[in-house]
Write a protein that binds this ligand. Structure first.
Ligand SMILES: CC(=O)[C@@H](O)[C@H](O)COP(=O)(O)O
Ligand SMILES: NCC(=O)COP(=O)(O)O
Length: 247
């Protein structure tokens, strides 16, 4: 069974565009949980254009004991304004899992993973602290990544394969090479004792093929496509509700 963790960043983006409280991220989380998802993911960033520290805290209260809570982000990005930094947020809310992502500041979205051999030493104290807090630690890696033994040696339990290039190739009509690379990467990670998560631009169109190719895939975190698809799935019914009011 692969756990579906719904990324709610895009709900926050819509809400932030009006500076008010709707759509409500907690209500969205309840809806996803009632629909059967196994986890909620958020990816706070220092510029706070997506979920904000207060969302991270409120979700921790709403989710506790119900589903897994996965917080993603760059642990090296400094605190800025009311953003206290990823590790400080983890200290406060102790999520189920922290996925460390080497985003550059101001990056539109995540687009690459860690170089495990190169980054291991600076990750070491962070991984140790997160594990002491009781959080499972996952590292975001590119398809094709090597050096998983460095992650295992740090005490990391999972890696998340960045699936953006796979999703793009799938949309372009031929994802064979990208998929093979993901399969091979998952196999190497599992051989090193790590469980494998995946995410970025996964969708109803490309998920089935991906899942079928990766035995033991532990978790997928999906946000952008899922929220977009939810709009299409709900738009007609919502228009009908408005028409009933106006009839
Ligand atoms: C690590 C990763 O791939 C996701 O967390 C992604 O960055 C989230 O997407 P947003 O760009 O919507 O925050
Ligand atoms: N870790 C990936 C994630 O949380 C969601 O990515 P996307 O589906 O929004 O591209």
């Amino acid at each position: 069974m692969t756990l579906l963790s719904v990324n709610l960043n895009k709900i926050a983006v819509l809400r932030n565009s009006r500076g008010e409280t709707e759509p409500d991220i907690i209500r969205a989380a309840h809806t996803c949980i009632e629909a059967g998802c196994g986890g909620i993911t958020v990816h706070p960033r220092p510029d706070q254009r997506h979920v904000r520290p207060e969302d991270v805290r409120a979700l921790a209260v709403a989710l506790r004991g119900r589903v897994e809570y996965n917080i993603e982000g760059n642990p090296f990005a400094p605190a800025r304004g009311s953003y206290p930094g990823l590790i400080e947020l983890a200290r406060e809310v102790r999520p189920t899992q922290v996925t460390l992502v080497p985003d550059a500041d101001g990056q539109l979205t995540s687009d690459h993973g860690f170089d495990l051999a190169h980054d291991a030493e600076r990750l070491r104290p962070l991984v140790a602290e997160l594990r002491e807090l009781g959080c499972r630690v996952s590292l975001f890696v590119d398809a094709g990544a090597r050096g998983f033994e460095h992650a295992t040696a740090l005490g990391v339990e999972r890696v998340e394969i960045y699936t953006g290039p796979y999703a793009r190739a799938f949309a372009d009509g031929d994802a064979r090479l990208q998929l093979e690379q993901c399969v091979e990467t998952a196999r190497r990670a599992q051989q090193a004792g790590l469980a494998v998560n995946a995410g970025h631009d996964l969708s109803q169109a490309n998920l089935g093929t991906f899942r079928a190719a990766i035995p033991g895939l532990a978790e997928v975190s999906i946000g952008h496509a899922l929220i977009g698809e939810a709009l299409y799935d709900g738009l007609a019914a919502t228009v009908r509700h408005y028409l009933q009011i106006l009839a």
